[in-house]
Design a protein around this ligand. Structure first.
Ligand code: NDP
Length: 479
């Protein structure tokens, strides 16, 4: 046995991760894939990596030094379960199985429990950054036991992206914590992408600028506080001209957004945890809305505003949109971190939120300069109850809120859908409200269902005899 790490699953992610591992000092990598061709291709194309090819699980296990460590990069779901079942047969107590796929965190909790009974460690690790990240340095979010982190930590640190000298990997928490955080990362990614798309749409329809001209706007934004990978690639996409038609590529791409499900998982989980992630939810629903052409064809008959949308001061409008984007983005991240906090409380994970912000600074899709502000906020106040109330963000809201409101008003008047901008603003106004109409909702609930209510002026639980003489009585707390 000569390999200190193994990779199972040699499609694009697995082979790139294996090459990344092999390129780091001190690593020798054993590889295995269900079908032989992928293994042979990888070995033939990358002799420099010094891979140890293996063609069955016994051979794979024999190639690994103890404690054996294997990263699975196969199709999430049944593929992952199939590989785990094979590995537990050939691994021994103390060995480590890492699932680097996009698993649902509850599957990871289940797998970790089952594998732990054999004495083998199981680590669910979220890996973000796509193919390029896997090859050159992803952001890695591992869960699993403390014991496995001792062996795995140095290996993952060696291949992770680096932000300001620090590797973008941290031991997130036990069992499913890593995949939970990766899930929320993807949810935030959905929100960020939708916000950028809304900004583009408003600028295009409000100013008549071409996609190439708007690419310049985004490139300019990318030199300031909005600097991020997603803003950078937005400029690239908008600048692209279709080879066949000579039109901007964005005008020939079908406007129906796909999704692989991690956004929906983030929203479903948030709903069961009772965390309002409205920006992420609207972004996820916006993709769903776009993907129903049959409904859109019929609904195209619905009336819209009479007047054409034309902004007077183009530069001022673009600056308003920039500020609306920044403010809405802060809301989306704040909501995402809320979900992580709630998940940690529900599942008993000790998650350092500031460390999560730090490992998202490089390697992953939502990498952005402003994540430093998030980690600063948690460094100053580790138990910050609402991320966006940190002083830096308050300053942004002070300067952005008027612009944000103007943009949402303009979008509504012009009939341009801006679900993520407007729901983020609604959340902002809701969370900062002194008094909410939730009081009326409680009254309604008490009326039709005797669900009771609490009073602002004395302790206890109350019910009004709505169908009787409408006096108030003390009641049992039924929520
Ligand atoms: P795919 O998700 O396309 O999966 C293909 C790989 O899975 C092949 O190696 C295939 O083997 C193997 N496989 C499928 N079913 C089984 C099975 N029952 N038993 C053994 N092996 C099986 O590959 P990707 O490289 O795109 O992604 C790998 C993982 O990484 C996924 O979980 C994905 O969600 C995750 N991921 C992907 C990202 C991306 O940008 N693509 C980003 C981050 C995470 P065979 O060759 O024999 O068919």
């Amino acid at each position: 046995a000569t390999a200190n790490i193994g990779v199972v699953g040699l499609a694009v992610m697995g082979s790139n991760l294996a090459r990344n591992l092999a390129s780091r000092e001190g690593n020798t990598v054993a590889v295995y894939n269900r079908s032989r061709e992928k293994t042979d291709t990888l070995i033939a194309e990358h002799p420099e990596a010094g891979f140890i090819p293996t063609y069955d699980y016994t051979e794979f296990a024999a190639a690994l030094t103890k404690p054996r460590t294997a990263i699975i990069m196969v199709k999430a779901g049944t593929g992952t379960d199939a590989v785990i079942n094979e590995l537990v047969n050939v691994f021994e107590p103390g060995d480590i199985i890492v699932d680097g796929g996009n698993a649902l965190f509850t599957d990871t909790i289940r797998r970790e429990k089952a594998v732990r009974e054999t004495g083998i460690n199981f680590v669910g690790a979220g890996i973000s950054g796509g193919e390029e990240g896997a090859l050159h340095g992803p952001s890695i979010m591992p869960g699993g036991s403390d014991e496995s982190w001792v062996t795995l930590g140095p290996i993952l640190k060696s291949i992770a992206a680096v932000a300001e000298g620090e590797p973008c990997v941290t031991h997130v928490g036990h069992d499913g914590a890593g995949h939970f955080v990766k899930m929320v990362h993807n949810g935030i990614e959905y929100a960020d992408m939708q916000l950028i798309a809304e900004a583009y749409d408003l600028i295009r329809r409000g100013t008549g600028k071409s996609p190439a001209e708007i690419a310049d706007v985004f490139a300019e934004w990318n030199t300031g506080e909005l600097e991020s990978y997603l803003i950078e690639i937005t400029a690239e996409v908008l600048r692209q001209v279709d080879g066949e038609t000579g039109k901007p590529l964005v005008d020939v791409i079908l406007d129906q957004a796909g999704a692989k499900g991690t956004g929906a998982w983030t929203v479903q989980t948030a709903l069961s945890l009772g965390v309002p992630v409205s920006g992420i939810a609207e972004a996820t629903f916006a993709r769903s809305l776009s993907s129903h052409p049959e409904q859109r064809a019929v609904a195209a008959e619905l009336p819209g505003p009479q007047e054409a949308f034309q902004v007077d001061d183009v530069d001022a409008f673009i600056e308003d949109v920039r500020l609306a984007l920044f403010a809405s983005k802060i809301v989306a991240y704040s909501q995402g971190f809320d979900e992580i906090r709630a998940g940690a409380a529900e599942y008993g994970w000790n998650i350092d939120l500031g460390a999560i912000a730090k490992i998202w600074r490089a390697g992953c899709i939502i990498r952005a300069q402003f994540l430093n502000r998030l980690s600063d906020a948690y460094a100053a106040t580790p138990d910050l109850p609402v991320l966006m109330t940190a002083p830096y963000f308050v300053e942004v809201f002070e300067r952005a809120q008027a612009a944000w409101r103007r943009v949402v008003v303009a979008a509504a008047q012009a009939g341009i859908p801006s679900p993520a901008f407007s729901s983020s603003l609604a959340y902002f106004d809701g969370i900062r409200a002194d008094r909410l109409p939730a009081a009326l909702v409680q009254g309604q609930r008490d009326f039709f269902g005797a669900h009771t209510y609490k009073r602002i002026d004395k302790p206890g639980t109350f019910h009004t005899l709505w169908s009787g003489d409408r006096t108030e009585i003390e009641a049992e707390d039924t929520h």
